[in-house]
Design a binder for this molecule. Structure first.
Ligand SMILES: Nc1ncnc2c1ncn2[C@@H]1O[C@H](COP(=O)(O)OP(=O)(O)OP(=O)(O)O)[C@@H](O)[C@H]1O
Ligand SMILES: [Mg+2]
Length: 212
């Protein structure tokens, strides 16, 4: 079973957006998918309520009330972590997964917080890089802005794979409202976004995202 988590202590950086779109990606590629919503806000569960019946089924699992009941026969489980998770809770969550994706937005405060967060996971949390493969995604990016150049530079300097840059676009908002991912939208509208996701899905499907 493939297990992936989206996380960052910082709120609103795109954890749920990446979780729902990853779920949509796998579901539209023939996989049986469950999303475990670890956040009492229940964004992923709400997203699934809006999902049209004619789309590939994605199982929604409430994960914020004790041990989540994950269907046995799923191929992929995506965990969407809440903002603010840290310490023992975070470590316990992270140990459940093979890969973890950390979205970060291009602001100096967010970048600094992200660096601390990653350091915390690796040192205080003692999550070993062999145990859980971490990667960073730049989210809500407006290219050609100075702050983006800083972000790119900062992410490359972290010793964590920087696997994708996702632009700031209403497409994600339109998709979430309809219970879909960008993989299920009219291709002409999301061409650039599909292209940006290629490096993310390449990492997720490749050996580098799997513990040895
Ligand atoms: N690339 C993007 N372009 C435009 N809007 C985006 C993008 N990524 C996320 N958003 C929007 O930003 C808001 C926050 O995103 P999201 O809910 O994914 O963040 P989060 O990290 O899960 O937040 P929380 O910490 O509250 O769980 C949402 O309204 C989402 O639709
Ligand atoms: Mg969220």
């Amino acid at each position: 079973m493939r297990t992936i988590m989206t996380l960052n202590q910082k709120g609103g950086c795109g954890k749920s957006t990446i979780a729902t779109n990853l779920a949509s990606y796998f579901a539209t590629h023939g996989k049986s998918v469950a999303v475990v919503d670890l956040d009492p806000q229940g964004c992923c569960i709400e997203w699934l309520k809006a999902r049209p019946e004619d789309r590939p089924t994605i199982h929604g699992v409430v994960g914020w009330k004790g041990d989540p009941k994950i269907p046995k026969d799923v191929d992929v489980v995506i965990y969407d972590a809440p903002a603010g998770a840290h310490g023992k809770d975070l470590t316990a969550m992270l140990r459940k997964v093979q890969s973890a994706i950390i979205p970060v937005m291009p602001s100096p405060i967010d970048m600094r917080a992200c660096a601390h967060f990653i350091q915390d996971i690796l040192t205080v949390g003692r999550v070993s890089r062999d145990e859980v493969k971490l990667a960073v995604v730049a989210n809500r990016v407006r290219e050609n802005t100075l702050v983006y150049q800083h972000l790119e530079h900062f992410l490359k300097a972290l010793d964590i794979p920087f696997i994708a840059t996702l632009r700031d676009t209403q497409n994600y908002i339109r998709a979430v409202e309809r219970g879909l991912g960008i993989f299920e939208m009219a291709p002409s509208a999301v061409e650039q976004d599909l292209e940006q996701w290629q490096s993310l899905t390449r990492w997720v499907n490749g050996k580098r995202s799997m513990p040895a």
